[in-house]
Design a protein around this ligand. Structure first.
Ligand code: SF4
Length: 69
């Protein structure tokens, strides 16, 4: 198994502003019934979403922990 830097999505901090959705090049973030959802399997660790999220709902992890809390 290959380990790579990943992204941790903290649901409790997300306000579904959609800023991350607009900058994700791998379509790992989607809008579903008014809420933003994150698919870690699609994430290519570009980290653009982390740069635009102003609520700190997205965090860089050392390895492929594309999970949510
Ligand atoms: S930018 Fe942050 S607060 Fe906005 S939808 Fe994405 S994760 Fe949620």
């Amino acid at each position: 198994m290959t380990q790579r830097p990943g992204i941790k999505w903290i649901v409790s901090k997300c306000i579904s502003c959609q800023a991350c959705l607009l900058v994700c090049p791998s379509e790992a973030l989607h809008l579903h019934e008014g809420k933003v959802t994150f698919n870690g399997n699609k994430c290519d660790s570009s980290h653009f979403c982390i740069q635009v999220c102003f609520t700190d709902a997205l965090e860089k992890t050392d390895f492929g922990d594309n999970s949510k809390n």
